[in-house]
Design a binder for this molecule. Structure first.
Ligand code: ZN
Ligand code: ZN
Length: 730
């Protein structure tokens, strides 16, 4: 026997000894030289080529075979799948079946993976039928691949309902049909399957399919368990998911990080902290609670269940922290309204040299928007640009939202215009921005543009456009949008939509109509919906209706501070001191105290706060020195103090003094004396700007030639040259 033949024999017995392309080619050449390239030896060479990812070489040899053996088919199909050529893998599988070869357990995992990646459920089910007929459904790898396919294609793990997947199927199939021969030709091939039962397997949907496959596999591994546990958890079958986690514990298969991290986030979605704790306890007992994936999932879960202290504790115990775990806690703070802590942690994250990812940005930027801190927002924008996330659609949308909420609608628009694509989130952010800044017409035309570009408005977009209409009094347009929600878009109106329309009617002075509208709402009206009408009653000085509305409010919320104050004010301005005194006595009995009005202004990296009537600010003397001549000038130009809103039963002179101590006025004055001439002044107030201050600030903007922007709890007021962007309609 020649030495080359010996070599071939050893190689055939140990094909894995061939580690390089040249070795494989040498072997191939050797076979040809010795004229021993049979179908079997060719298959071995093909499998060696495909193991080395030499697809081209493998296919050249494969094509020379008249009737390729199973090993050759298997190698080629697996190689196509590994190289993401899924439609070619499926086409080869169909060809293999047509040639009469019977696939073995090595073939199915690749075929099922290709079906999954092509999202071809129909073909996948046919393959399943074939697997059952060949009795291959007890094979571990085939079973795992089947479960994975059903879990992915039957809508679990995504928010799409099973029904929706099926509705979309024909469309998807026809799209694939053009690029995938297999889809069209597979059915006849499957059905003429020899003598085995011709009836096709009818597969139940979703988790049921996964469960059936799971039960058939006699010896399961960790992948089998993970797939079905994730499937149960995502289908809302938490008991079953937990039962299997426990069952795993009794076998010799140990749950891994993936098992727990796939289960925990799902519990947090549904805010079941007790079950989450049970799993946390399990993780601690197994000593895997400090694992970075598990830890981050736990941080996430507790934050979503409003147990941020537990999140902090888990975070502080993590042995290693990556950007995922930092992000989880930053996002947790934001979800729980703890914006300052979110920003502090974000800064800490940056200083510890963990690079914040896009997720961290899209959770921390809204924190700036909530705090209306433009300075920090700009800093974050800088980080975003330096980090190369400027074109990320989620981050850009949150920047649009942040700039508009921090009072800079022009910067918001610039970012919006620079985005390549706009989704419903970015459209909604810019529309809401214009609405809050009182540019209702601009907001409405952007809403129309969004629809023209084929982006379907969602519920939030409708809140934005209705708010826009409300701020500029577009009654007819608002009715049109409100009605189109159900008629055109199939969206049910929710409380916010009703509230916006009620607000609009109230502002437009259609008080009775608003009262009827709220009384007939499909949703139970809340105290705050009635409160907006109450403030309209106060603006339009309709005391009679106000009394009716306030009764409604007190029946829902007997401690509604805002309603008490508004009613007191209305009684005061009508000289009805007795009723006012009665109401104030009631307030005192309930222990209600007026929420102090506060305003803030950011100057040179510092935030300065002012409380109404509080004269303890160190700069008070300078503020008064500034305000005195300005007030005199104002009076010369026609300003008359509107003291009707002052609660106290005191003389006129004193009332005027009280008005001058209003927090927004102090903050504006402080801003003007501490900035260069011409600088825009930005003030934030915790409650609605008062009528008299609104008039006064218009005068101040004219006298001092400053642009002054006041953000109160419902909108922005841009004061410039003696008028306000709201055109006194608020
Ligand atoms: Zn005021
Ligand atoms: Zn205004």
């Amino acid at each position: 026997m020649s030495s080359s033949k010996t070599l071939i024999r050893t190689l055939i017995q140990n094909p894995t000894r061939i580690k390089s392309k040249s070795q494989a080619k040498q072997l191939h050449a050797q076979f040809i030289r010795t004229q021993s390239l049979s179908h079997t030896s060719a298959s071995i060479v093909i499998s060696i080529y495909t193991n080395l990812k030499l697809l081209h070489e493998a296919l050249l040899l494969f094509k020379t075979l008249e009737s390729p053996p199973v090993l050759a088919w298997k190698s080629v199909i697996r190689c196509f799948t590994d190289q993401s050529l899924f439609s070619r893998a499926l086409a080869s599988f169909v060809e293999m079946r047509a040639s009469g070869r019977c696939p073995d357990h090595n073939v199915f995992p690749s075929v099922l993976k290709s079906c999954t990646m092509m999202m071809d459920l129909r073909l996948g089910e046919s393959v399943h039928g074939c697997i059952v007929r060949l009795g291959m459904d007890c094979d571990l790898y085939t079973g795992n691949a089947l479960m994975n396919m059903y879990a992915k294609l039957l809508g679990m793990g995504s928010k799409i309902s099973v029904g929706k997947v099926f509705d979309e199927m024909p469309q998807r199939m026809s799209r694939l049909g053009s690029c995938c021969v297999a889809t069209e030709s597979v059915e006849p091939v499957m059905n003429c399957d020899e003598d085995l039962e011709a009836e096709t397997c009818t597969m139940p949907l979703g988790i049921d399919s996964v469960r059936k496959v799971f039960e058939v596999i006699p010896r399961k591994d960790v992948v089998s368990y993970n797939t079905i546990i994730a499937g149960y958890a995502q289908s809302g079958m938490y008991e079953d998911a937990l039962r299997l986690v426990r069952e795993m514990g009794t076998t010799d298969i140990k749950p891994d990080a993936f098992t727990l991290s796939s289960v925990l986030p799902i519990f947090s979605e549904y805010v079941d902290v007790i079950k989450g704790k049970e799993i946390h306890g399990y993780a601690i007992r197994k000593g895997i609670d400090a694992d970075v994936y598990i830890g981050s999932s736990l941080v996430d879960m507790y934050a979503k269940s409003a147990r941020i202290e537990d999140s902090e504790r888990v975070f502080s115990h993590l042995a290693r922290r990556d950007s995922i775990s930092w992000n989880s806690l930053v996002a947790g703070y934001v979800q729980n309204g703890r914006y300052n802590e979110a920003l502090r942690l974000f800064r800490q994250m940056v200083t510890t040299k963990v690079r914040p990812g896009p997720v961290a940005f899209s959770s921390v930027i809204p924190a700036c928007a909530h705090l209306a801190t433009l300075r920090l927002g700009k800093q974050l924008h800088g980080y975003v640009l330096r980090g190369g996330f400027g074109s990320n659609i989620f981050i850009s949308s949150s920047l649009v939202d942040m700039y508009s909420k921090c009072g800079n609608i022009n910067a918001a628009r610039k970012i919006f215009d620079r985005m390549n694509v706009h989704d419903e989130v970015s459209w909604t952010a810019i529309i809401m921005g214009y609405a809050l800044h009182g540019h209702g017409h601009e907001a409405v035309s952007l809403f129309e543009e969004m629809k023209e570009q084929g982006v379907k408005p969602n519920k939030v977009a409708f809140v934005a456009v209705l708010t826009a209409c409300s701020h500029v009094g577009l009654v007819d347009e608002a009715w049109g949008y409100f009605n189109s929600m159900t008629k055109v878009y199939g969206l049910n109106q929710e409380l916010e939509h009703y509230a916006a329309v009620a607000d609009l009617l109230g502002r437009a002075g259609k008080l009775e109509e608003a009262y009827d509208f709220i009384s007939k709402m499909r949703v139970e009206p809340t105290g705050s919906v009635w409160s907006t009408l109450l403030s309209s009653c106060s603006v339009h000085k309709n005391l009679e209706l106000a009394e009716k509305v306030s009764e409604k409010i007190f029946s829902i919320d007997s401690e509604n501070m805002g309603a008490y104050v508004l009613m007191c004010n209305m009684y005061a301005s009508n000289g009805r001191w007795k009723e006012m005194a009665k109401l104030r006595l009631k307030m005192r009995k309930k222990g209600l105290r007026k929420k102090p009005a506060c305003s803030w202004i950011e100057l040179k990296n510092k935030t300065h706060g002012f409380v109404s009537g509080d004269r303890s600010h160190p700069n008070m003397d300078r503020i008064n020195e500034f305000l005195k001549p300005v007030m005199e000038q104002m009076e010369k130009e026609g300003y008359v103090a509107d003291t009707s809103g002052v609660l106290h039963d005191v003389d006129e002179e004193h009332k005027r003094e009280l008005l001058f101590g209003h927090s927004e006025r102090l903050a504006v004055a402080f801003g003007i004396i501490n900035t260069e001439p011409g600088t825009t002044i930005r003030v934030t107030k915790n409650i609605r700007i008062c009528r008299d201050c609104h008039v006064a600030i218009k005068f101040i903007s004219k006298i001092t030639e400053r642009e002054i922007i006041v953000r109160d709890n419902s909108r922005f007021h841009h004061f410039n040259r003696g008028s306000c962007s709201c055109l006194d309609y608020w």
